[in-house]
Design a protein around this ligand. Structure first.
Ligand code: NAP
Length: 261
């Protein structure tokens, strides 16, 4: 791929044509918007997800114009290291490379700490924190060998602020920021950037699971007075995975309507 110096100097986003991206849980919600944005700019997108994600990836694909053929499904539970290795190997086997990894898959299992079960703690830490580490570990040697990579971890405003009833989720999302900074340091000289995006409350299935009073409370604590849209998170991810964003690493981008500054 070659690009003109004018493009680089203007700071314009480069086409993602020829790039291969993994988006975990990339068939719906924020992940679906990220898959859509990357495919729209030419990337081949490998959605890595649970079995139910296969059908939803078909639905997502059907909604895309032009870029539908760029979106593919690979089964993989990110909480299992062997499954992450198998999925990333399958992507490399099929497309020859992985340039971009977006660790988006996440779950909630809310209870106050007193009532939270150990299973609920372990499940959320397993998907939301071990998952990104397992996926990064699975692609790292490949990216280091090629001297290029763009990794984005989807954290949360809750990782900064904490949230009533979400000890497991807040701990995982805060841990992801430490993981992001450490990986950024370890890969900075190898053409790889590692950043985090910390969304505020965003209109997806995950938020619909919350009681209405909690949704209203989140809105009222958001200065722009509304929930975010998945596409508003995706456009920041698109910016971070750009080839021209090579000087940005170890950062957290807050996209939260002013909820946390
Ligand atoms: P969502 O609609 O619930 O989607 C989450 C996706 O992750 C689903 O496709 C889900 O698939 C997948 N997933 C869950 N467990 C998985 C596993 N073990 N392996 C692979 N995939 C798995 O959630 P969302 O709201 O779009 O959230 C996306 C990310 O943004 C999450 O990391 C979330 O914590 C973060 N975030 C969301 C908000 C918000 O307000 N929505 C705010 C801040 C941060 P299945 O359903 O098939 O399991």
């Amino acid at each position: 791929m070659t690009f003109t110096s004018t493009e680089a100097a203007s700071g314009a986003l480069k086409s993602l044509e020829g790039r291969v991206a993994i988006v975990t849980g990339g068939s719906r919600g924020i992940g679906g918007a990220i898959s859509t944005a990357l495919a729209a700019d030419g990337a081949i997108v490998a959605v890595v997800g649970m079995p139910a994600d296969r059908e939803r990836t078909d639905t997502l694909r059907a909604s895309l114009n032009g870029s539908a053929k760029l979106v593919h499904f690979f089964e993989g539970n990110v909480a299992e290291y062997d499954a992450c290795v198998a999925a990333t190997n399958a992507v490399i086997e099929r497309f020859g490379r992985i340039d971009i990894l977006v660790n988006n898959a996440g779950i909630t299992k809310d209870h106050t700490a007193r009532k939270m079960t150990i299973d609920e703690w372990n499940a959320v830490l397993g998907v939301n924190l071990s998952g990104p580490f397992f996926m990064i570990k699975s692609v790292l040697d490949h990216m280091l060998e090629r001297g290029y990579g763009r990794i984005v971890n989807i954290s949360s405003v809750v990782g900064h602020m904490g949230n009533f009833g979400q000890a497991n989720y807040a701990a995982a999302k805060a841990g992801l920021l430490g993981l992001t900074k450490t990986l950024a340091l370890e890969t900075a000289r190898s053409g790889i950037t590692v950043n985090a995006v910390a969304p505020g409350f965003t209109a997806t299935e995950m938020v619909k699971l919350m009681p209405q009073a909690a949704i209203d409370g989140a809105k009222s604590r958001t200065p722009v007075d509304r929930l975010g849209e998945p596409s508003e998170i995706a456009r920041v991810v698109r910016f971070l995975v750009d080839e021209n964003s090579g000087f940005i690493t170890g950062s957290t981008y807050d996209v939260n309507g002013g909820m946390y500054m």
